[in-house]
Structures are given as C-alpha cells and as structure tokens.
Write a protein that binds this ligand. Structure first.
Ligand SMILES: Nc1ncnc2c1ncn2[C@@H]1O[C@H](COP(=O)(O)OP(=O)(O)OP(=O)(O)O)[C@@H](O)[C@H]1O
Length: 341
C-alpha cells in the first residue's frame, strides 16, 4: 500500500446553513480499506457523498490518487458507490442493473455483458442475473449492487452501510467476503458503518467521526488499545468501557488530578474476596461469558464486569471488586487520553 488513494484536505460540507463536516483532513492510502465509524448523524454519508461528487464541499479539496476531483461531476471521478438501500432499478434485471453504468458510457453490449458476468461471478451472484430486484433477497440484492459497483473498475469504492440491511448471520458472512474481495482486488475502499464490530473486523484503519470531525484515525488495534478520547473509548467496545472519576473507588494508587477520569474495559474488572464493595444489579448471560452490572457502594456508580458464565454472581449478591489484568486508561478534563495508570 503506497501512495495516496484518497485525500480530503480541509473539507467542509453543509445542508443549507447547518455545517455537518468541519474542515476535515483525511488520507486514505492506495489499496487501503478505510472504515469510517461513527454514530448516526456524525456525517458519514455526507462524507461519501462529497467524495462521490453528489454533494459539493463548501470548502477544501478532494483528491483521488493524484487527481484533484473537487470540481468534477460524479461521472468523471471514476468512483463506484454502493448505497445502503442498494438503489437498484426495480424494472431492470440484475444483469441490466449491472451493465447500466457501462452502457450509458457507450461500452458495446457484448463487452458489458461479459464484464457483468465476470463481476457477478466475483461476488457470487452469477446465477441471479435474469431476476429483477423484487425477486431477490436482501443479501442477493446487496451482491448485485456490489457487482454493479465492481463492473466499472473504479479507482475508489465507496460503501455506505452495505451490510446494514442483512440479518446478523448473513452480515458476518458477507463481512468476511467483503474483506476477501478487497484483499483480492486491492481497490482503495471507504466503508461507512456505525457498527463497531464491523469496523474492527474489516478495517485496515478506522476513522472515527463525531459531529463532522475526525476523532481518531488508527488501526483497529490502536483504536481498541489506545482510544484517543473518552468518546472513542466508549463508542468502541460492547458493553462499553467503564468510566469513573479518577479520584474515588477503583482508581489506582497515585495522585490522579481531580477532573480526570479513568476508563477500563469489562475484562479488567475482577470479583474476589477483596476490594471495593458492590451489589450485583443485573447479569446478562452471553454464551460462555456473562456481563455483571455492579453498583459500587462508595459513590454509587454502575460498572460492568465480564466474568465466565460458570462463575457468574446472582442479582442482589454483595461482591467485592478490583481492577487489574487489563489497561486502566487515564483521560484529562477534556476527555483526551493521557496514558495508562
Ligand atoms: N438532505 C439533508 N438536509 C438537511 N440535513 C441533512 C440532510 N442529510 C443529512 N442531514 C443532516 O446532516 C447530518 C449528517 O448526516 P449524515 O447522513 O451524513 O450522517 P450519518 O453519519 O451518515 O448518519 P446515519 O448513520 O444515520 O446515516 C445529520 O445531522 C443530518 O440530520
């Protein structure tokens, strides 16, 4: 992965007077699979629309490879976008949906059919080419939409929550296929999702977007192990990281300044004979693990512990808790991570 696949330099975007992207700088490496992760309303779709040219940037520049495409029409950017809704034409067969973009560009019919068949084979929908969207399941439609994006041999793929309409099992399966497809084709890809698991599994790097600003850019491991802010720390991880005042129960020894907070994942919470007193408020059993929600006697905060299902406590049990075995992160008053305690 060398060179730039996509660069946003100081990009802002707005709907009427409401600014939704704020002076965004982002470099996506050539051949990279970048996942843009953020909550609903963070501006993820807007970012894709600006890159695709479907919406103007109010300031800044968009570069694809070495080309400044800021002023180019969508059709001139050589970008393929897969929409959340798939946006297939209901009256056309899968084959005609896939070849549509080629035929408007005057690719001869025989050539476009051949390329469509190859793209369909790549994403496993070659047997569906004669059907209309109404005769396809959600997962099958998604494949056709992907084939339509592939067939144009773009410089850049933009995928807007392409898995969100699939059921959980199919989503996990398709996620794996997308990753394999990306590894095979090596096309620079920006994949948008609000699903942190999807981001962690798929991404070469994750860009966490919050209120139209880049909160953190890093590998899945960096995002997980060293979240730059409290927002990232709590957005990535399920159940989310525990956050407590740095002065109070469970805070590690050492003078932690007032106003700071500590964060630790449910894996770091130990139940035992010693430590801070708490009462079990709720227990969620998830296969081999259980998540125990514990109300601390001192301070009254609620924290969550991951424990083996076989040794889980019961609701209303008094317990004692310590923190250890995993990082305790320290965040400053502004919510920025300053290190581990
Ligand atoms: N056509 C529009 N007109 C006015 N405001 C809009 C329009 N589209 C989006 N917005 C606003 O812009 C902000 C960013 O929206 P955007 O769709 O980019 O977010 P998102 O992160 O993709 O969210 P989601 O995950 O829900 O799709 C939101 O506050 C949204 O309400």
């Amino acid at each position: 992965m060398t060179g730039t696949g996509l660069r946003l330099a100081g990009v802002s975007a707005a709907y009427r007077r409401t600014q939704v992207l704020h002076d965004l700088d982002l470099d996506v490496r050539r051949g990279e699979l970048l996942v843009v992760l953020g909550p609903s309303g963070a501006g993820k779709s807007t970012l894709l629309r600006v890159v695709a040219g479907l919406q103007p940037a109010t300031s800044g520049r968009v570069l694809i490879g070495d080309r400044d495409v800021t002023a180019l029409r969508p059709g001139r950017r050589n970008v393929s976008m897969v929409f959340q809704s798939y946006a297939l034409f209901p009256h056309l067969t899968a084959l005609d949906n896939i070849t549509f973009g080629l035929e408007v560009r005057d690719v001869p019919r025989a050539v476009s059919r051949e390329r469509a068949a190859a793209a369909a084979a790549t994403v496993g929908c070659a047997h569906l080419l004669g059907r209309r969207p109404g005769q396809l399941s959600g997962g099958e439609r998604q494949r056709v939409a992907l084939a339509r994006a592939l067939v144009r041999e773009p410089d850049l793929f933009l995928l807007d929550e392409p898995l969100s309409n699939l059921d959980l099992a199919l989503r996990a399966e398709t996620r794996g296929e997308l990753k394999a497809l990306h590894a095979r084709l090596g096309v620079t890809t920006v994949h948008v999702t609000h699903d942190q698991t999807e981001a962690l599994v798929l991404a070469d790097r994750i860009a966490v977007l919050r209120d139209g600003r880049l909160e953190q850019l890093g590998t899945p491991e960096e995002i997980w192990r060293a979240p730059a802010t409290l927002f990232v720390a709590r957005f990535v991880g399920s159940p989310p990281m525990n956050v407590l005042p740095a002065v109070g129960p469970l805070a590690p020894d050492g003078a932690l300044a007032p106003g700071r907070r500590i964060g630790f994942r449910p894996e770091a919470v130990r139940l035992g004979a010693e430590g801070t007193a708490a009462v079990v408020e709720r227990v969620d059993l998830v296969g081999e693990d259980a998540y125990a929600y514990l109300r601390l006697a001192d301070g009254g905060e609620l924290i969550v512990a991951r424990v083996p299902a076989a040794s889980r406590p019961a609701v209303a049990d008094p317990v004692r808790v310590t923190v250890g075995g995993a990082d305790v992160h320290v965040f400053d008053e502004a919510g920025r991570r300053v290190g581990v305690a």
